[in-house]
Write a protein that binds this ligand. Structure first.
Ligand SMILES: CC(C)(COP(=O)(O)OP(=O)(O)OC[C@H]1O[C@@H](n2cnc3c(N)ncnc32)[C@H](O)[C@@H]1OP(=O)(O)O)[C@@H](O)C(=O)NCCC(=O)NCCS
Length: 403
């Protein structure tokens, strides 16, 4: 057995994949060999999804068929809508999404079927379920009734119409289309890997997507998106950005390693496990953020972002990541901070499904080993000789909030 281990599986090759490749040194990203910058805004998100799932860009007839299949999956199942209506209004959007996907598993017409065709059908339903749930929850929690939009012209336009209750302009739909494509896949990122681990047990596709949504939520992954927008709003004034970054980074010097790991001691939107330089997605998003901020009169937030970016460049070698400028784009689209990760999920569902299909097609259980560093084998002591364990705290764990 190989006894070497890498914290966080850094640079460990966990499986073979022919979907996405990342060149961390050059900041380049390819879907099935096509550079992301050549796909985004040129090939519609629906066709990018087909590329990820089936390996090639669809010919026009197949592209039309794929769109038709996606459209046929439209419409949130009534029981999902009923559960959303019953959630506490302050439930986090990603918790609402995770709950909806879990419930949809029990409603899926293909049930436990796990052959490739059934999984593609499930994947098509999940592609629409995610934006539908995200949009419905945003409307419900803000006191508006969810709407249907069965005839929306594209996947991005569909999502926007479900959110706003009216058809978006082609320009705005195009912006979301690009955002969805940029987020569609990213090799073995944490949520995708979680999905693949679930698939490798031969759990069903919905179970894998539940695992993925749950994993996306954390501030080290998709959750950083929300923290970026909250941070930019908190800074508020471009003139304050430099001082904010200086203070946050400066404060780190006095912290322990564990304290430095706290998301609040980091600048969200910077750093990456694989990239050593700013990646192509961030470059596209930065340009888009500027244009959008200009067009929607939100230039000030973009300026704050620019000043934070400059301050980080001056003080660290951490690359900016996809979550930083996308947050500015979301703000220009009128999306509140705690909703950003849900938009990410609406794009990444394409990649989760692609990886699930690939894992099902050539599967082996993913079951690594631990480098055990606990106590050596020892006898069980009698109760009278056990030490007091202060980590078993006495605070209440009932559901009541006032206990
Ligand atoms: C993305 C991320 C989780 C990668 O983590 P990783 O590869 O495990 O890197 P580490 O957490 O080991 O960080 C390496 C060092 O850089 C520092 N660092 C990494 N990202 C940082 C950030 N955004 N701000 C300040 N310091 C950061 C770490 O604190 C650590 O330094 P230390 O050892 O002195 O504490 C990490 O960069 C991060 O937390 N970024 C902020 C959250 C974010 O934007 N996530 C979205 C990712 S797409």
């Amino acid at each position: 057995m190989d006894t070497a281990w890498k914290a966080g599986l850094e640079d460990v090759l966990a499986a073979r994949s022919s979907i996405t490749s990342v060149d961390g040194r050059a900041g380049r990203l390819f879907y099935r060999g096509y550079e992301i910058g050549e796909l985004a805004g040129v090939v519609p998100f629906e066709e990018v999804t087909a590329l990820l799932w089936f390996g090639e860009l669809p010919a026009p007839a197949e592209a039309a068929l794929f769109r038709a299949r996606l459209e046929a999956a439209r419409g949130l199942p009534a029981p999902v809508l009923a559960v959303l209506e019953g959630l506490p209004r302050d439930a986090h959007p990603l918790d609402a999404l995770r709950t909806a996907v879990s419930l949809a598993a029990t409603l899926d017409p293909d049930g436990c079927l796990g052959d490739r065709d059934a999984n593609v059908r499930k994947a098509l339903r999940l592609m629409t379920l995610v934006p539908e749930t995200v949009a419905a929850w945003q409307r419900i929690r803000t006191g508006r009734a969810p709407v249907a939009a069965p005839r929306a012209a594209s996947h991005a336009a569909y999502f926007l119409e479900l959110l706003d209750g009216r058809a978006p302009s082609p320009e705005v739909a195009r912006v979301l289309d690009v955002v969805l494509t940029l987020h569609a896949d990213h090799e073995f990122n944490a949520s995708t890997f979680a999905a693949r681990v679930a698939v490798a047990t031969l759990a069903d596709l919905h179970a894998a997507v539940v695992a993925a949504v749950a994993t996306l939520k954390g501030p080290r992954h998709g959750g950083a998106n929300e923290d970026v927008l909250a941070m930019l709003h908190a800074i508020g004034d471009p003139a304050e950005a430099e001082a904010f970054v200086g203070e946050r980074l400066g404060a780190r010097a006095a912290l322990s390693r564990q304290e430095r790991g706290d998301p609040k001691a980091r600048v969200p939107g910077f750093g990456h496990r694989v990239y050593r330089v700013d990646d192509a997605r961030a470059r596209v998003l930065r340009a888009m953020a500027e244009t959008m901020a200009e067009a929607t009169g939100r230039r000030r937030l973009f300026e704050v972002a620019e000043r934070v970016y400059d301050a980080m460049r001056a003080r660290t070698s951490l690359p900016v990541n996809v979550d930083f400028f996308s947050a500015v784009v979301y703000d220009a689209l009128g999306i509140p901070p705690d909703f950003c990760t849900s938009i990410f999920a609406a794009g990444r569902i394409a990649g989760w499904c692609a990886h699930a299909l690939e894992q099902y097609a050539d599967n082996r259980l993913i079951r690594p080993r631990a480098d055990y560093v606990g106590p050596a084998p020892r006898p069980v002591p009698p109760r009278s000789r056990r030490k007091t364990d202060t980590s078993i705290a006495s605070s209440s764990n009932s559901y009541s909030r006032d206990s």
